[in-house]
Design a protein around this ligand. Structure first.
Ligand code: SAM
Length: 138
């Protein structure tokens, strides 16, 4: 089912806070996965049934493009076989957002923290208490 609201939400957030995140609804995620594979990308499927992340990361070539798959409803078995790596962020079920966040943190060695999104209209000034926000770019 297409959730059109998510399109609006993402574009509104990018407009205010910057960044170039986008959403595409696709008919066949498996076809997308196979196309990426053909182009030489590494396919990582996050699943609690997979190999523990610390062990798996020793073998992954992060110089290549990485397509990360996170499930919602029950994930069909083909994804487990078509993926190059089935990786577990702990072998217990938890939030897909948490799984993705931890994976991204590990593969970037935490450097995501220093990324600045381009074209932001609002920028947060870190403060111990309260909220400090700077308005830029009109
Ligand atoms: N009910 C779904 C199923 O049976 O496949 C799983 C739901 S789970 C809450 C949603 C997604 O979060 C999973 O498909 C997986 O991508 C991710 N996920 C949840 N726990 C995980 C874990 N321990 N390690 C890695 N990924 C995990």
């Amino acid at each position: 089912m297409r959730d059109e609201r998510i399109l609006k939400t993402i574009s509104k957030i990018c407009e205010i806070w910057g960044g170039d995140f986008w959403i595409e609804f696709i008919e066949s995620p498996l076809a997308l996965m196979r196309n990426w594979k053909k182009r030489g990308a590494i396919i990582v499927h996050l699943t609690m049934y997979g190999i523990p992340i610390n062990q798996a990361l020793r073998n992954i070539n992060l110089e290549k493009d990485v397509l990360i798959i996170v499930g919602g409803e029950k994930v069909p078995i083909e994804y487990y076989y078509e993926s190059d790596y089935n990786i577990a962020i702990g072998n217990q079920p938890h939030s897909e957002v948490a799984a993705l966040a931890i994976f991204l943190d590990r593969i970037t060695n935490g450097t995501w923290e220093y990324l600045k999104f381009q074209n932001a209209k609002l920028v947060i000034i870190p403060s111990e208490k309260g909220k400090k926000v700077l308005q830029i770019n009109g």
